[in-house]
Design a protein around this ligand. Structure first.
Ligand SMILES: Cc1ncc(COP(=O)(O)O)c(C=O)c1O
Length: 562
């Protein structure tokens, strides 16, 4: 007899807490020796380890009243230990039981396997960190069984391509930020490529970016903030970085501007520090320029009370592991206000197509065979009409499921980053004679008693820090290289500001040789050079423990005072 899904009455009590007569669901066929796995039935509860069971879940028979299937109390019994009743679950309900069991075990697995990936405060007190032997990462994934369960659950669905989890993540991130729409992509670099590409669309008429148009950007930072400008046939115009805020020197904006040529500004909130959004948005409004905020390192940062990534026309996120939340690989483009930009970003993301049906769906526009576009025949399938020269930059649905679990933790992650930064700043304050520390935009100084002092603009910034940047003063008795080497030797993760002055990178040196008109530079870029030569940052990510932070500050102090 096929027992899978069958309700059975147990001859022996297996659990005194269960209702009488003791009932169970057989989860699969008995093995060759007559043993089968069963899940006991209990009174209905709201527990995450029980699934409700009612007559609607049955393929055969009925239940007098609803029950619950306990997925945490499985037993293997011989078939002589129970009597089948004429009641059987629908296959879909039996599958749901198996999913709940798999996820119950997934959580148990993850609690054991990934214990070290939890937020630092949960790790403190455990013997996981040996100073000088265990690496203090500068960044990393912070997750628990929620994310692993989400990934497994979405994988069990096996939808795979961007689908329900992606839709939900896009809505949830858009709601968190307060932007019109968010589109999920497979990396922050893809998000940057799409943001620029979308603005080249012919559908924007006069406002489209055309080959040769100039885009103002910053010299020191991450290469894929700049590469999409060149990849779209546009001309990056580099302004300098301020060596303390690490953001653009906005006094150079007007100098960079060329009427009729400059069409956009694309800059990052460096290491989580918002750039001066009053000055930049004012500049963009005055000259009718597009603004793209590279918010990849700044999710959760605020300018006054408003989140960064909500000031420009478009903004971008990265969900690579060092970032504020992760889904392995991943990124997003935020459409801040103008919903007309959404189908453009989406088109470039999804092969350049004109159609906006989600994957697996047809005829969302209700006129799949009713369009005539380009020189195609009337009624050509809209699914295969391409209005742009696009890409395919979609992530997978399980990535979005992981991202949703991470997003629920974002506020605590952001707070941990701020707390860790403040702790490093306070403890390392006595080293100000040899080290200079990053300043948030609009801050003029910092003191242990008062925190930051601010300029007279009336604006404040609250960075959701990506890292703790230190600049070795020129008169310090050691170089940045000595300092970074000492951190490395002590196993303290450290990084430069990504590519430093990007114009000194081989790719840009070659580009200048190949095509000197490919980009333009304003001024000397002395600030970008100083950042490249004098700065290094360590981590503030939520996975750091008290012990790691203490070891970091002790090591830095010992090195500076040796
Ligand atoms: C400012 C900035 N923009 C873009 C990116 C690219 O993101 P991804 O690594 O997801 O491609 C990074 C990467 O860390 C970054 O720091």
């Amino acid at each position: 007899m096929n027992l899978a899904g069958r309700l059975v009455a147990l001859h022996l009590a297996t659990d005194p807490g269960l209702p009488s007569p003791h009932l169970a669901i057989v989860l699969g066929e008995a093995d060759d020796h007559g043993f089968a796995l069963v899940a006991p039935l209990a009174e209905p509860t709201q527990s995450s380890t029980s699934l409700s069971l009612s007559s609607a879940d049955l393929g055969e028979g009925t239940l007098a009243s609803p029950l619950a299937i306990r997925v945490d109390r499985l037993t293997t019994l011989h078939i002589s230990a129970f009597s089948p009743r004429p009641i059987r679950l629908r296959p879909s309900k039996l599958a749901e039981v198996h999913r709940a069991i798999a996820l119950h075990h997934t959580r148990a697995f993850s609690r054991l396997q990934h214990a070290n990936q939890q937020p630092g405060e949960r790790l403190d007190g455990r013997d996981t960190f040996a100073p000088g032997q265990t690496t203090v990462p500068y960044a990393g994934r912070v997750f628990d069984s929620d994310e692993v369960e989400a990934a497994v659950s979405a994988t069990l669905d096996f939808w795979l391509t961007l689908g329900p989890e992606g839709d939900a993540f896009e809505s949830e991130l858009a709601a968190y930020l307060g932007v019109r729409r968010t589109l999920l992509v497979n990396s922050g670099s893809s998000a940057n490529l799409l943001a620029v590409s979308a603005l080249t669309s012919h559908k924007l008429g006069d406002r489209r970016l055309r080959p040769g148009d100039e885009v103002i950007t910053v010299a020191a930072g991450f290469p894929t903030t700049v590469a999409p400008i060149l990849q779209n046939g546009l001309v990056p115009v580099f302004i300098d970085n301020d060596p303390l805020t690490l953001n653009a020197r906005l006094d150079q904006l007007e100098e960079a501007f060329v009427p009729g040529k400059t069409k956009a500004v694309f800059m990052a909130h460096t290491l989580g520090n918002p750039f001066d959004l009053t000055a930049v948005t004012d500049f963009c409004h005055r000259h009718q320029l597009w603004l793209i905020e590279d918010n990849c390192d700044a999710l959760g940062s605020r300018y006054d009370d408003r989140l960064t990534g909500t000031f420009g026309d478009l903004s971008t996120q990265s969900f690579y592991p060092p970032h504020h939340l992760t889904m392995g690989e991943g990124g997003a483009v935020n459409i801040v206000r103008e919903t007309r930009l959404k189908p453009l970003v989406e088109s470039f993301r999804d092969w350049g197509r004109d159609c906006w049906c989600p994957s697996g769906k047809d005829n969302t526009c209700n006129k799949r065979f009713g369009w005539q576009l380009g020189e195609l025949p009337e009624g050509y399938d809209h699914k295969y009409i391409y209005s742009h020269l696009g890409y395919n930059l979609k992530p997978l649905d399980p990535q979005a499921a992981i991202g949703r679990a991470q997003l629920r933790k974002l506020p605590t992650f952001v707070q941990a980053r701020i707390d860790h930064w403040n702790r490093l700043r306070t403890t390392l304050a006595p080293l100000e004679d040899v080290l200079e520390f990053q300043l948030p935009t609009h801050a003029t100084g910092w003191s242990a008693s008062q925190g930051f002092s601010w300029d007279t603009s009336g604006h404040r910034t609250t960075p959701s820090w990506f890292g703790f940047m230190m600049r070795v003063r020129p008169d310090a008795p050691f170089s940045r290289r000595d300092f970074a080497r000492a951190l490395d030797a002590a196993r303290i993760g450290n990084r430069m500001l990504f590519g430093g002055n990007l114009l000194r990178q081989p790719a840009f040196v070659q580009l200048r040789r190949d095509n000197p008109a490919a980009f333009r530079v304003v001024g000397e870029l002395a600030g970008a050079d100083r950042i490249m030569n004098e700065s290094v940052f360590t981590g503030v990510y939520p996975g750091l423990t008290d012990a790691m932070l203490e070891y970091t500050t002790e090591t830095i102090t010992r090195f500076c005072r040796r």
